[in-house]
Design a binder for this molecule. Structure first.
Ligand SMILES: [Zn+2]
Length: 285
């Protein structure tokens, strides 16, 4: 088969970017990018999961639901994770509700292809297992956070997480999404937003939030933000091959995966020259 060279954008999902180039190319025929829209329900509790999703710019929340309909956010899935942990644990049934909170792109992977790739082992399995460990930590941290931490500190934490993910100080986040994420009423959301506006921390207009003072938000945010930041899977995944990104970034002195953090967008979208088979043309942008 004839080999050709194409410009290829690095995947904007940190876990996919951590895969060795060959493994990524082998998996790619079952992967394509999709746009997720705000409030899109990806999984419902008790229903089968057809896909795993690797967010790029989108942000997905996982909720546990009580019998009276009350929901509690138990995890946020961003570009350094994936939705569908149960698929690696040999279950196709979702135990939670998954809703898109911030619209954007994601890479879906069919459940069957995901399980086959996971069973084969290799870097994909290691990366998935590394992420599951992190995911379990974030779920237990969310339980502590919902129980012990004040609304304003949780709101500041959510703003920082979203800012990290979208890489922009301005983003769309409607009151209903905020109310869902924080597990409080719309009026409690309105009071907290008003307080943050008065303090000069944010601007809020027609569902659009603009962060004005990230440094002060970091001081206000509950400790959960720092706890989770300190254990991001990128640091563990750095030791896994990730050959097609490390070559360039290590030479520049960047740890391979830290360079892909979405709040450094200049690096996240850097096209690389790499040899490709003609049959893998879908990789070309
Ligand atoms: Zn907290």
């Amino acid at each position: 088969m004839k080999h050709i060279t194409r410009k290829v954008n690095l995947p904007r999902n940190v876990l996919l970017a951590a895969l060795p180039r060959k493994e990524y190319i082998d998996l790619f025929p079952s992967l394509e990018q999709v746009s997720l829209h705000e409030n899109q329900v990806l999984y419902e509790a008790g229903r089968p999961m057809k896909y795993a999703y690797f967010p790029e710019q989108s942000l997905i929340s996982l909720f546990a639901t009580l019998s009276d309909g009350k929901r509690f956010e138990i995890a946020v899935i961003v570009n350094r994770g994936f939705l569908g942990v149960s698929l690696a644990l040999a279950s196709r049934i979702s135990t939670q509700l998954a809703i898109v909170q911030i619209a954007g792109s994601a890479v879906p992977m069919e459940a069957k292809a995901f399980r086959a790739a996971f069973k084969r082992g290799g870097a994909f399995q290691q990366i998935v297992l590394s992420y599951i460990k992190y995911h379990l930590l974030t779920v237990s941290q969310a339980a502590i956070c919902n129980y012990f931490h004040q609304l304003r500190t949780r709101f500041a934490r959510s703003l920082l997480t979203i800012h990290d993910q979208v890489g922009s100080v301005e983003f769309l986040l409607r009151p209903e999404s905020l109310s869902r994420m924080l597990g409080v009423t719309r009026s409690e959301v309105a009071n907290t937003v008003a307080l943050f506006r008065r303090k000069g921390l944010i601007e809020y207009k027609q569902g659009k939030i603009k962060i004005l003072d990230r440094k002060r938000l970091e001081l206000i945010a509950c400790e959960c933000y720092r706890t989770i930041e300190a254990t991001i899977p990128a640091k563990a995944a750095e030791h896994i091959d990730g050959d097609w990104i490390s070559r360039r970034h290590r030479r520049r002195g960047f740890p391979a995966l830290q360079a892909l953090r979405i709040n450094k967008p200049g690096l996240a979208g850097t096209p690389l020259e790499m040899p490709l088979l003609e049959s893998q043309f879908p990789l070309v942008h």
